[in-house]
Design a protein around this ligand. Structure first.
Ligand code: THU
Length: 137
């Protein structure tokens, strides 16, 4: 598979931010890097909490940072973890990625450089979103 230079950059950024993960409970560090249409890259790592349930995943951290900075349209997101079987976004992150980013490319990678690109519709078939909240004809 040929990987373009912006995708390589996203993976590098995700690897870099992964080092800042706060994961003392799971010891499972994740980094994410999100590319906006205007070229900006927003990164996020997972930040765990002693109550466990308040933990924020790397992907949601990156997306919420982007939204806070005014970005609204996105192209792709890279997710990096130290697993042989490439780590995909968890269920809640899939929902959030879908709602804010739609059918973007999700680049999965690990510390060995193994990489796979999947679409959001593959990860989250038949999604629920704001379209259902509008009055149905
Ligand atoms: N985690 C992420 O940040 N992203 C994923 O895609 C999977 C899971 C985090 C949450 C938690 O801090 C740790 O990994 C173990 O689940």
């Amino acid at each position: 598979m040929k990987i373009d230079s912006i995708t390589k950059k996203l993976i590098r950024e995700a690897l870099k931010v992964r080092q800042r993960a706060h994961a003392p409970f799971s010891d499972f560090k994740v980094g994410a890097a999100l590319l906006a249409w205007d070229g900006r890259i927003f990164t996020g790592c997972n930040v765990e909490n002693a109550t466990y349930g308040l933990t924020i995943c790397a992907e949601r951290n990156a997306i919420f940072k982007a939204i806070s900075e005014g970005a609204r349209q996105f192209v792709k997101i890279a997710v990096v973890a130290d697993t042989k079987r490439l780590t995909p976004p968890c269920g809640p992150c899939r929902q959030i990625i879908w709602e804010f980013c739609g059918d973007i490319e999700v680049i999965l990678s690990n510390l060995e450089g193994d990489t796979e690109i999947v679409s959001m519709t593959t990860l989250l078939p038949r999604p629920f979103d704001s379209g259902f909240l509008k009055k149905q004809p």
